[in-house]
Design a protein around this ligand. Sequence first.
Ligand code: CA
Length: 219
Amino acid sequence: MKLLLIEDDPMIGKSIRDGLRREGYSVDWVRDGCSGELAVNAETYDLLILDLGLPRMDGLTLLSTIRASGHLMPVLIITARNEIDDTVNGLDAGADDYLAKPFSMPELSARVRALLRRSFGRAITTLRAGDLELDPQTRIVHLAGKSIPLSQRELALLEHLMRRPGAIVSKANLEGSIYGWGEEVESNTIEVHISNLRKKLGTERIITVRGVGYQVAAK
Ligand code: CA
């Protein structure tokens, strides 16, 4: 899952980005509205976290611009308590939910999970591929009923594949989904994670489509 955070406050921005990365999301962080617009047009994000009081272009204008150009990803507004009127305008302008500052990381991640779940249109939260199950809420993976411990990166990678059953996902897409800007990615990182996943889940679970990418086996 790749998220874009648009927040100009360095302390709040850093704590949100680091907190969400610890939960296995890939997070890009920009600090003004114009950079937010550029990022949205350059990359594909699963969700936006949007502050309203922003330099260069305020959050409401950015939101209207994004929606007017046809971007449909869920938008979570994070707002100061004295900006409640703006929050209502934000919901009118196409935001999906809002959270008033200050909030705790568990509150934020619960909202993020709920929005992602809604956006992926799954009433059932557990992702399944045969007897392989991944619960995005608890971050627990079961194989044939047995829980399998995975690292945050392995989990993020597997979740990205399992949310796209049958699709062949390119290595670049996988890299983009689990790493944010400015994070060092070694050229063989994805291969290493895939290889570790195969050790834990069995070799036939993730299929390599040579020259194209990877696919989770539907068996
Ligand atoms: Ca602000």
